[in-house]
Design a protein around this ligand. Sequence first.
Ligand code: HSE
Length: 300
Amino acid sequence: MIRVQIPATSANLGPGFDCLGMALELYNIIEMVPGSRGLTIEVSGEGASDIPRDESNLVYQAAGRVFRQAGYTPTGMKLRLFNQIPVARGLGSSTSAIVGGIIAANLLTGGGLSIKDIISLAASIEGHADNVAPAVLGGIVVSVQADDRIKSLKIKSPQGLRCVVAVPDYPLATRASREVLPNQVSFQDAVFNVGRTALLVAALQQGDLSLLGTAMEDRLHQAFRSSLIPGLKKVLAAAKLAGARGVTLSGAGPAIIAFADSNLELIAKVMGDTLRQNGVKSRVLILKPSPVGARALEVK
Ligand code: HSE
């Protein structure tokens, strides 16, 4: 039996569209047990009523890619999924399924894939590496695609950094959230984001939270997505007023993530209240960045 734990992730961190992400201390656990026949999938926790129990299951699909590469044909398989990561909210639930399936299958077939192979394979399934790389490596990760490989580098999370995450009660598919984005942006807006992404990486690296307000601003995606998240602009402003250092949409949304080192309860309250005033029910989580990425808890 193989048991793997995978962290939630938040991508973009504001301006770093498709290239920045961080792991959070909220985990899914996948158990993979090779069996004599058939496929059995049990799901508990987040998504228990919706996640497919057949061969279309994302964990199974991702594992299948590794099995085919390794020339392994399982006669049967049992998967048990214990989910803490809210599904389709911008917190990397699909990434966790892909990364977990790949790592479990890799362990089952003798570990032929390196960490870099795992990141590149997972990113090719997911479509981008910004959630995948921190899910595998932990911490905050910069990643870019170069030809068919992913180049990534981990930054340690600043000490004392906490994340206040408002999770709306409705799902938003990443595809739908990308459909509202323009095909072209202005040179000025590209420059705006390049500068802030660079500043954000430097600020995080040096633990200078005072720069996050400016460094987490974005002009490439958030404003276009605000029609999909009622009250987004107001939540961003309210969280900052309550003491957040920076605040942004988490990945493709609809979750909204604030970075802070104090006033956590107040920030959580105003984010939830502001969403409610805009007709959106939500729950608010206070999370630490996860220094560790996906890891095997048991291999036997
Ligand atoms: N960067 C992606 C997006 C989400 O904003 O559409 C996570 O991969």
